[in-house]
Design a protein around this ligand. Sequence first.
Ligand SMILES: C[S@@+](CC[C@H](N)C(=O)[O-])C[C@H]1O[C@@H](n2cnc3c(N)ncnc32)[C@H](O)[C@@H]1O
Length: 372
Amino acid sequence: MNQENTVLERYSEGANERQDALCCPVDYQTDLLKILPDEVIEKDYGCGDPSRYVREDDVVLDLGSGSGKICYMAAQLVGEKGKVIGVDMNNDMLSLSRKYQEEMAEKLGNDRVQFLKGKIQDLALDVDAMETWLQSNPVTTVDDLSKLENWKLQQTGEAPLIADNSIDLVISNCVLNLVSDAEKQQLVNEIFRVVKPGGRIAISDIISDEFIPEHLKLDKDLWSGCISGAFQEQEMLEMFHDACFIAVSYDKWSDAPWQVVEGIEFRSATLTAIKREQTDCIDKGHAVIYRGPFSFVIDDEGHEFPRGERMAVCERTFNVLGNEPYKEDFIGVIPAQEKEPKVWCAPAGTKRPATETKGARHSINTENSSCC
Ligand SMILES: C[S@@+](CC[C@H](N)C(=O)[O-])C[C@H]1O[C@@H](n2cnc3c(N)ncnc32)[C@H](O)[C@@H]1O
């Protein structure tokens, strides 16, 4: 049986009956649990709480939505104008989450949660639509197979399950580790594809402190139990950075390991990152000053910030550094009089001399006092 079938079988069991071995203790925001059905809470196989990152009006995508718990929590935070989409590949999990959709819509005031059948490493493929198509076009010959491939190309191109640049926040709770190693890069690229420019991700998952040997990856229980498919801790950051996310960081990190297998520590962590706005770099005279405490930092786009120096930045970078997760680390310098806008990316290390920033406003944590 391949890894995917093992995962399907294990989570079908988990949808039908609570599996204690799959449960990792998590501190959820308890006020969001009050209106959730008991069964949804009971069949929770998460390892973190990515619902903490949801904002009002967000369109949220939950990868591997399981019983629907995180989706129904997120739905309370997005408000009536927001929307939550859960994607899962397992029919039994989808039936469980959909069973409470009507009840939850009544409690929430509208039907803002939707559960779709799909594989998170191929978010364009509409698996329900493919199953419907296969009923009238069964595959019994090689020619049939190429017809199916053509159908898939057309469907994913013309009506992708999740469209490009359509999601404000992608979340996931203990699922990425279940995708085969061969498909993990494609999975991260798919996440990047669907997030809107300026959008965010918050991925809670199990990570390991060392690379995992092959014999543990071949162990079906360890794989389907969210252990041996885990990303190594640095590898996970690098994969998201290499896919062009910025501000890639571990926001949460559990102190005690959840499991230790052959000396390898497996713990829960939450990775957060942003998809950069696709706007041009326009210079209008902005600068930022890195506050410290390090003597020097470099961001994910290669800009260098020595502590205390007024560094030239384009307006887009200025806006990125003025928001989460950077805003506490930088003082923004807004020019008293904007320069004639020109397309210009400040080469790493370009300073903005004090003579050019006289009379500027300082956007971040401005001191009220004008004396010392
Ligand atoms: C460990 S459970 C977590 C469920 C849920 N996120 C939670 O917090 O309770 C993993 C879920 O991901 C789903 N899953 C695993 N691999 C998947 C894949 N490649 N595509 C879509 N869903 C997947 C499983 O069916 C299962 O519902």
